[in-house]
Design a protein around this ligand. Sequence first.
Ligand SMILES: NC(=O)c1ccc[n+]([C@@H]2O[C@H](COP(=O)([O-])OP(=O)(O)OC[C@H]3O[C@@H](n4cnc5c(N)ncnc54)[C@H](OP(=O)(O)O)[C@@H]3O)[C@@H](O)[C@H]2O)c1
Length: 327
Amino acid sequence: MRAVVYDRYGPPEVQRLEEVARPVPRDDEVLVRIFATTVNRLDCATRDANRRSGPAIALISRAVFGIRRPRRRILGSELSGVVEAVGTNVRQFAVGDQVFGATGIGFGAHAEYICMRGNARIAHKPIGLSFEQAAPICDGAFNALACLKQAHLKKGQTILIYGASGAIGTAGVQLARQYGAHITAVCSTRNLELVKSLGADAVIDYTKEDFTRNGQTYDVIFDAVGKLSFRRCRGSLKRGGRYLATDGFRNLLLALRPWVVDGKKVRFPTSMPTKNDILMIKGLIDAGAYRPVIDRCYPLEEVVEATRYVETEQKTGNVVLTVSATS
Ligand SMILES: NC(=O)c1ccc[n+]([C@@H]2O[C@H](COP(=O)([O-])OP(=O)(O)OC[C@H]3O[C@@H](n4cnc5c(N)ncnc54)[C@H](OP(=O)(O)O)[C@@H]3O)[C@@H](O)[C@H]2O)c1
């Protein structure tokens, strides 16, 4: 089968298409023929051994993914496709089922085929979505959900979502609605209408207004794009408020410290996404309460161009790679 591989950490150009062996499903696995996948920030950070996140995170990244070179040669953490073969112990899926799912840091989705356990984060594709629309469901939603779970949001509480137009941000706005929170979304001018359409009650254009100086306070501030700091946001948090971080070693240390001032806490995502999470998100899509936002689609052959675009950190929502024709 064709797959995008990389054998050393580095820039987008370390990736190339190669013929590799097609995986064979074990008894508890399904073989999925992949029609679409994505390039996301997790792919980019892992491919570059998290070099931009500082030496501590870079070291952890190499310890997990391979000290000198990547142990797993194929990136790609989410996909949609059709079940082509089913292991003897799998009950949830049959040959021909249309599915979507996420492999997380297991990766492997930048390929024509992948094996996944039947009880892994894989579910039947929502009927109303194409394969291209279904591939990017998981990454932003799982990351946003892991953060929001830490906030213990209650109906009527206020949340400010910074970076509301990215993969995590667009998911965060839609998922925060499910908690009944009042949402203020922060993004640049070009994305204001989009985030309103996703359910934001109020919007702030950060090119025109600094939310930390307008006197408003929030129960939760969710930095969905890793561009803020707790220090900068502290004055905009209500007493007992929570600051949700998506990355940053400093935020991890702040979340671990045992003392708090004014009850204001930093929270870092700790939970791993589960099968229940993917089924919950599928339920929201089926009910018309959630939609993955897609910026651009590239063919698999253009993975380097797609990656360069993701690394501009300016994508709106998600970037999709089409792997196989759907007919
Ligand atoms: N995706 C993952 O798998 C993953 C996993 C773990 C952690 N993270 C971290 O989570 C963060 C967000 O990831 P993502 O995939 O959601 O990001 P993303 O999709 O790449 O975010 C892109 C969006 O960020 C906005 N943006 C860019 N610079 C900004 C700035 N200075 N201030 C405010 N908004 C800005 C841009 O919209 P505007 O033009 O509207 O500003 C753009 O639409 C990153 O820090 C990433 O490292 C990601």
